[in-house]
Design a binder for this molecule. Structure first.
Ligand SMILES: C[S@@+](CC[C@H](N)C(=O)[O-])C[C@H]1O[C@@H](n2cnc3c(N)ncnc32)[C@H](O)[C@@H]1O
Length: 191
């Protein structure tokens, strides 16, 4: 089974409406009122929907034709400005200085991170959220390749300005808070 067919199968079975990731819903007040945005490895495009609703011109890229068709159908029905494309983001990363806003949720390929920093325009924002190695339960992937080490998201994007960061690890009352994931909003400096 290829990666694409694995995700096609998952999306063909999924019935729940896609939702935007917490890093975006909690921090959407930071978004500019206009500009270009990319929901990278978008799946069914929960983030893309929020970005388009906020008035941005949105690109949404994913490997899965099934997910992209579902997002296109939703976009047509709701007259949203989302350009959804089947697109391998590792083979064809976003172009340098092309985006005012970049959102990545639940996708991690460390080799891509320098390209992501390049892709954000000076003054632009990146919203990133994915799973950590230090989890309070079994939620999320098991393969360590897809799990962030302690504070790793900060290290991967250390050349950008941190505006929001959350990673609660195993501290305190593990029944409370937003566990298992790290959330980062960064701004690219003007120089
Ligand atoms: C865990 S899902 C996350 C989807 C979405 N970002 C979300 O938060 O619901 C990971 C997604 O990455 C996509 N993906 C994996 N490798 C990719 C690649 N090289 N290029 C584009 N998309 C890829 C998969 O098709 C899948 O939709």
């Amino acid at each position: 089974m290829t990666l694409q067919s694995k995700w096609d199968h998952i999306y063909s079975q999924k019935t729940a409406e896609p939702t935007a990731s917490l890093v975006l819903t909690e921090n959407k007040h930071l978004l500019p009122s206009q500009g270009s945005a990319l929901d990278l490895a978008c799946g069914q495009g929960g983030n893309a929907r929020l970005l388009a609703g906020a008035g941005l011109d949105v690109l949404a890229w994913d490997l899965s034709p099934v997910a992209i068709k579902q997002l296109r159908d939703f976009t047509a029905l709701n007259a949203l400005s989302i350009d959804a494309q089947v697109h391998d983001v590792l083979e064809f990363p976003p172009k340098a200085n092309s985006l005012d806003v970049l959102v990545v949720s639940f996708f991690l390929d460390r080799s891509l991170c320098p390209k992501l920093i390049d892709a954000v325009k000076p003054g632009g924002l990146m919203f990133y959220q994915t799973y950590c190695q230090e989890k309070v339960n079994e939620q999320g992937p098991k393969n360590p390749e897809f799990l962030l080490a302690d504070n790793e998201l900060l290290a991967l994007f250390s050349s950008m300005k941190v505006r929001v960061y959350r990673e609660e690890s195993l501290l305190g009352n593990q029944q409370k808070g937003w566990r298992n994931q790290a959330l980062l909003v960064t701004e690219k400096g003007l120089t």
